[in-house]
Design a protein around this ligand. Structure first.
Ligand SMILES: [Zn+2]
Ligand SMILES: [Zn+2]
Length: 268
């Protein structure tokens, strides 16, 4: 299974709009891995996770074609993950296609907003619920419940292709006990996990900082969900995390966690 991180930034990206934080300034001056567009991923070239407002630029940057997508899996309805207006370009009159080739998977909030936005459009929309697996071709995708945006069933996704098991955890917060228990039944080959708050020990519970990210990974190690050879990368870094890429590496690499960046592709 091949995982491409199209974007690894939090809600306002890095450098962020109207931002004079040190991290934004550094990214403007140095570019490279410190520039982070809004979080999204692509699995095996065709399973798309989330549709941030940066999708168009990400696809151009990595020379990808949206017509290759077989599905879009939405994690939750925050604007950095669910740019609903971008869906319109998949169909007539923007092109000759009367049907989109991809299936849209999302929670009740996502499905409701798509139906509301496109009442007469023939999108294939499948409602997802945490802990209930859906089958998409050869893939079993199991949403788990994120401790994030608590007015809806925000998801992280376990994706299995019959050989490998991968967990995509953007916007996780610190999972509730039932999630850790549920994950005891899995042994991951790959894990992408958020580290939004970086070195900033914020009081907000809906995201992880470096200390919390390491604690979550260590707990997954203790319960056997994460093993010695599990490939681990971070995503969803915020400029208010007060850490540039190199500082995140210094904090996370000793714990066996690698720092993700835009355009990274790895295979498990
Ligand atoms: Zn987000
Ligand atoms: Zn969010």
């Amino acid at each position: 299974m091949t995982i491409r991180l199209l974007g690894t930034g939090a809600a306002d990206g890095i450098p962020a709009f109207y931002s004079e934080t040190a991290v934004s300034r550094y990214a403007r001056e140095h570019g490279g891995k410190d520039v982070r567009t809004r979080s999204a991923a692509l699995i095996d070239g065709h399973l798309k996770i989330d549709l941030p407002p940066d999708t168009h630029g990400q696809m151009i940057r990595d020379r990808l074609d949206a017509r290759d997508w077989s599905a879009i899996f939405f994690t939750h309805s925050h604007a950095d993950h669910f740019a609903v207006e971008e869906l319109q370009y998949a169909l007539f009159p923007f092109n000759p296609y009367e049907y989109a080739d991809f299936v849209i998977y999302g929670n009740a909030e996502i499905c409701g907003r798509i139906r509301c936005h496109y009442p007469d459009w023939p999108f294939e929309v499948v409602e997802t619920r945490s802990f209930v697996p859906v089958q998409h071709g050869e893939y079993t995708v199991t949403p788990i419940h994120a401790y994030h945006k608590l007015d809806e069933d925000a998801h992280n996704f376990i994706i299995q292709d019959g050989q490998k098991t991968f967990l995509y955890g953007t916007d996780t917060g610190i999972w509730e006990e039932e999630v850790f228990s549920f994950l005891e039944g899995y042994r991951l080959d790959g894990l992408v996990i958020e580290c939004t708050d970086g070195l900033n020990n914020s009081s907000y519970d809906g995201h992880l900082d470096v200390v919390e990210c390491i604690a979550v990974v260590e707990r997954l190690r203790r319960q056997g969900t994460v093993a010695q050879d599990t490939v681990i990368y971070t995503t969803h870094h915020g400029h208010n995390g007060e850490a540039i890429h190199a500082q995140l590496e210094a904090a996370l690499n000793p714990a066996g966690i690698q720092v993700g960046y835009d355009g990274l592709e790895f295979t498990i």
